[in-house]
Each structure stands twice: as structure tokens, then as C-alpha cells.
Design a protein around this ligand. Structure first.
Ligand code: UD1
Length: 417
């Protein structure tokens, strides 16, 4: 198992190219199951989760390859219905093949994802929505077994604007008979990117980006060339990297439109952010102050940026409260940050962060993807050496992390643990 060794204290300066979005690419890759011709996707990041998804697609009977320029997916003549536990266990997003398989084959056998480090993460809303469209589910030996004739359009009101649930239902409804209305749907930009992809394949979806999405089912979707959106969470993470090291980074290939809530909070903290022609410039302003942050569904502050802003607030003047409302157990980074000198107290959903003068390098343990990112950020700012262990989480979600950071001056290397 590898670890990252970081010598902190160097201001990061220069340009970082923002990769394609992992959270947009994963559902789009699984949506390829719905298409009758080859799909060519540009701007797909080279990440562990992408490789796992391509592996899943191949297991299901698709051709799926990634080269430097693009990913190509083509459904073969013998599409299979089963996503085994070993794959679903390593990547929860595999559950997003449920909707496409039911729509295309009338059958899906998908291992029920277990809990994960950040909480229980149920899929009941996905299943209830698909049931309203005519699917029937049984749970056998840890597998969700779904069956249906052709899915029928339905009126579905989500109890919560679930991102994964909205994506599964969007894919299923694209090939259903008649109209599906998704109310209280997720408005995340990655959901919009999926809907745009499906429309490019011939689907008839409107209202994406609002909480009411309408889908007129069509009989067939075709292959297409499509470009995946930039990763807004990677962009937000590098903004924090610029500020926490007192440097200046130009993030190429992203815009602040999808990052409104993050940019708003960073500016409130005193960060200087400016949108340029082909990207965004971020650096520290005259002073950095603590603020209150609450994670919420889009357009609120994203849960995927909570750990990173906490690392930054740990070095701001004054204090602030970070409230996590999406996941019940997404504060695993707190105790690790405390080991580096952060002053954070937890109380239920709230983390009270009091700014410290500096962090001190220490060996720390990564627990999930964004928690790992927050520890790297703290390490970049810390006095001395930080060792971040269990970095396989980072490999799931940040393309070329060490290379990108090294190019802008960080002293970071990967070593075998
Ligand atoms: C969530 C985040 C998404 C993030 C991703 C990875 C939100 C709204 N969603 O998406 O931004 O990129 O994690 O970190 O911020 N829930 C149920 N039943 C369901 C589905 C969800 O109770 O069937 C609950 C979950 O337990 C959770 C909340 O709804 O508390 C949000 O879940 P959802 O948006 O579905 O999660 P992801 O799709 O994983």
C-alpha cells in the first residue's frame, strides 16, 4: 500500500489543468448500456473508479476501453444482467447500472452496496422510483434482483433530492414507455451533464438543473461523441490548495458557475477568486477568517468540499461552524486534522473549528476520498513532514495528484508503506 510524503510550507504557484469530472463520468459510462451504437467520451479522467466501471461494463458484455484521448464503450450482442458484489463493494456508483439494465434487458441483479466510511448510504429511493415504473425487486443472497416488462413512465416525487436516485431514474425513464416526471429531483451539474448526454443519444429530457425533470421515453438511444464536464470538486480542492499554502493557482478548464456556493464561502473567508478566459485564478486575500458552512444539495455547499474547507478554516482567524447535513458520518478527517494541530470540536452534525496558528506535519490516515484530500491540503501547509496513509482513496478521485502538485512547487512524493 502506498503513502504520500509531503514536506509542507511551500507556496503553490502556477497553472493546474482541471480534469474531467469523476462524478459526471461514472453515471454517463453506465448510461452507455442504453445506447445501440458506440459511444466516444472525451475528458474522462484516468482514475481507479473509472477503471472499475470499465471493468464492470466489460463484465456485463460491453467493449470498454480508455486511451489517452477518449473512452469508447459499445454494448455487445450478449448483454448480461449481473453486477457482482466484489465490484459494487469497491465502488458504490455501480448501483447506477440498475436503471439502465432494467430499461434495456428487463432484468438486473446488482449486489446491494453495504455501508461505507461516510455513512449507511441506502438506495431505497432508487428502488421505490423504479417500482413506480413497474419494476419488481427481491433481495436474495445480498443481491437486489429486479425484473420488469418495458418500464412505464410514472410520476415520482423524491423524499430527498438524491443525486444517485435521480440519475438511475433518468436513465431508466429515457427508454420507458410514456412520460416520467421526477419531482424534487437533484439539480447537481453532474445530473445535468448526464441528461445532456442522454439527449445527445436521442433521449427527450427537459428541466434538468431544476427540481422538476420531465422525460418522454423513446424506443431507442444511439451512440454519440460527448465531452464530460470539468470536475468542480477537483477545482475547489485546488483553490483551497492555493490559499492554504499562501500561493496563487490558475485552474485551467473550469468555471465558477458550477462552484457558486464554494466560491461564495471562500470569498467570505477573504479568498481572492477571479474568473479568466479559460479558467479561474485563486489566491489568499489580505486576511483569512473563519465562517459558518452548511452542506446541502446543489445549489448549496457541496458535501464533497466539506473536508477541504475545514482544513482551510483550521488556519483562519477566529472560528466557524461546519454543519454536515448530507451524510451522518463524514467527519472522519477531524481527528486526523487534530493530530496535526487543528482545533476542532465535534458535536453531532456540527464541527466547531477554531483557527490555529499553523499545522505540524504528522503521520495521518485517510478514511475516504475527500477526507484524504483535506489531509493532503493540511500537509501542504504544515511545518515539517506529513505522511498520508491509505491513499488508494485519492487514486479513486484525483487524477495525477502528485504530478499536478509537484508542477506548481509542492514537495510531495509517493512511497511504499
Ligand atoms: C452524494 C452527494 C453528491 C456527492 C456524492 C459523493 C448530495 C445530495 N449528494 O451523492 O453530491 O457527489 O454523494 O460524495 O450532496 N438517501 C436515502 N435513500 C436513497 C438515496 C439517498 O436515504 O435511496 C440519502 C442518503 O443516505 C444521503 C442523502 O440521501 O443522506 C444523499 O444521498 P445521494 O444524493 O443519493 O447520495 P449520492 O448519490 O451518493
Amino acid at each position: 500500500m502506498d503513502k504520500l510524503v509531503i514536506e509542507g510550507g511551500t507556496p503553490l504557484r502556477g497553472r493546474v489543468r482541471i480534469s474531467g469530472s469523476k462524478n459526471a463520468a461514472l453515471p454517463i459510462l453506465l448510461a452507455c448500456i442504453l445506447a445501440r451504437g458506440p459511444v466516444r467520451l472525451a475528458n474522462v479522467p484516468r482514475l481507479k473508479d473509472i477503471a472499475t466501471t470499465l471493468g464492470l461494463l466489460r463484465l456485463l458484455g460491453c467493449e470498454a476501453e480508455q486511451d489517452i484521448a477518449a473512452v469508447t464503450v459499445c454494448v455487445g450482442p450478449d448483454l448480461q444482467a449481473q453486477a457482482p458484489y466484489d465490484l459494487v463493494r469497491t465502488m458504490r456508483a455501480s448501483v447506477l447500472c440498475l436503471g439502465p439494465l432494467l430499461a434495456r434487458l428487463g432484468k438486473a441483479v446488482v449486489a446491494l452496496p453495504g455501508g461505507c466510511a461516510i455513512g449507511s448510504r441506502p438506495v431505497d429511493l432508487h428502488l421505490r422510483g423504479l417500482e413506480r415504473m413497474g419494476a419488481k425487486f427481491n433481495l436474495e443472497a445480498g443481491n437486489i434482483i429486479g425484473q420488469c416488462k418495458r418500464l412505464k413512465g410514472a410520476h415520482i416525487h423524491f423524499d430527498f433530492p438524491t443525486v444517485g436516485g435521480t440519475e438511475n431514474l433518468l436513465m431508466a425513464a429515457s427508454l420507458a414507455q410514456g412520460e416520467t416526471i421526477l419531482e424534487n429531483a437533484a439539480r447537481e451539474p453532474e445530473v445535468v451533464n448526464l441528461a445532456d448526454f442522454l439527449n445527445a443519444c436521442g433521449a427527450n429530457i427537459s428541466g434538468q438543473g431544476t427540481s422538476i425533470i420531465r422525460v418522454q421515453g423513446v424506443d431507442e438511444l444511439s451512440g454519440v461523441d460527448f465531452q464530460v464536464m470539468a470536475d468542480r470538486i477537483e477545482a475547489g480542492t485546488y483553490m483551497v490548495a492555493a490559499v492554504i499554502t499562501d500561493g496563487e493557482l490558475y485552474l485551467e478548464g473550469c468555471s465558477i458557475t458550477d462552484l457558486d456556493a464554494v466560491v461564495y464561502k471562500l470569498r467570505e473567508m477573504g479568498v481572492w477568486i477571479q474568473e479568466g478566459k479559460s479558467g479561474v485564478l485563486a489566491r489568499r486575500g489580505t486576511k483569512l477568517v473563519g465562517v459558518d458552512v452548511m452542506t446541502q444539495p446543489f445549489p448549496g455547499f457541496p458535501t464533497d468540499m466539506q473536508a477541504q474547507i475545514m482544513a482551510l478554516m483550521g488556519l483562519a482567524q477566529g472560528s466557524g461552524v461546519i454543519k454536515e447535513t448530507i451524510f451522518e458520518n463524514r467527519f472522519m478527517h477531524v481527528q486526523e486534522l487534530v493530530r496535526m494541530g487543528a482545533q476542532i470540536k465535534l458535536s453531532g452534525q456540527n464541527a466547531m473549528v477554531r483557527g490555529a496558528d499553523h499545522y505540524v506535519g504528522a503521520p495521518v490516515m485517510a478514511s475516504d476520498l475527500r477526507a484524504s484530500a483535506s489531509l493532503v491540503l493540511a500537509g501542504l501547509a504544515a511545518k515539517g513532514t506529513t505522511e498520508v496513509r491509505r491513499i488508494y482513496h485519492l487514486d479513486r478521485g484525483y487524477e495525477d495528484l502528485e504530478a499536478k502538485l509537484t508542477n506548481v512547487g509542492a514537495r510531495i512524493r509517493r512511497e511504499e508503506q
